[in-house]
Design a protein around this ligand. Structure first.
Ligand code: ZN
Length: 200
């Protein structure tokens, strides 16, 4: 994903200020370990916040390449590790995202679900909204019979500060179409919460 030079410059300016503040706390921010830190941190931040115009274009391109469906059972992509950010603290979130849909006419290529989750996750967005957005895309854009999304989030704002609850995971789920039926929803949840097995 391309970095926006204007956003990057503003992020760098912001981190220069943050370093000034860190200097007040007894740290020598002119030490060589801090040389170029503002620039590096700005780049790091930008990598967690994708330009939404580029994301939309990439998602459209990704969804444009589908295959005719021969299979009309549940397609699941589970335990995709993705990174995002909470809008309240601008601290990173590590997600484990599982998604499913039941095709009508078209299916996505194998790696596309993982790519889709990674594209959408990198934004300062509520986990709840991320869940709904993925469920909507897999239902509406794929014209599927239904979709389901299950996300566990490890939020640094809860783990590394505040309550320090690093063991807590925020769990959200969203269902559309045929997944609103209890049996289908239960099948999906049962499959995604099953303990990981060693495949190879
Ligand atoms: Zn937060």
């Amino acid at each position: 994903m391309e970095l926006d030079p204007k956003a990057l410059a503003l992020f760098t300016e912001g981190y220069d200020k943050i370093l000034e503040g860190i200097g007040l706390l007894g740290f020598d921010v002119h030490d060589e370990n801090f040389a170029d830190t503002a620039k590096r941190a700005a780049k790091g931040l930008h990598e967690l916040i994708h330009d939404q115009k580029q994301v939309r274009a990439d998602v459209d391109a990704l969804l444009a390449k589908t295959f005719p469906a021969k299979y009309t059972e549940m397609v699941i992509s589970k335990h995709n590790t993705c990174f995002g950010m909470c809008p309240h603290h601008l601290l990173p979130v590590i997600y484990r995202i599982s998604m499913a849909y039941i095709p009508t006419e078209k299916v996505l290529g194998l790696s596309k679900l993982s790519r889709l989750a990674r594209l959408i996750a990198r934004a300062p967005r509520l986990q709840e909204d991320l869940t709904h957005e993925l469920a909507d895309i897999l239902h509406e854009n794929l014209a599927s019979q239904g979709s389901a999304v299950y996300i566990e989030g490890l939020h640094m704002c809860m783990a590394a500060r505040g309550v320090g609850a690093h063991e807590a995971r925020l769990v959200t789920s969203g269902v559309r179409g045929v997944f609103l039926e209890l049996a289908t929803r239960e099948e999906f949840i049962k499959l995604v919460v099953a303990p990981p097995t060693t495949l190879v």
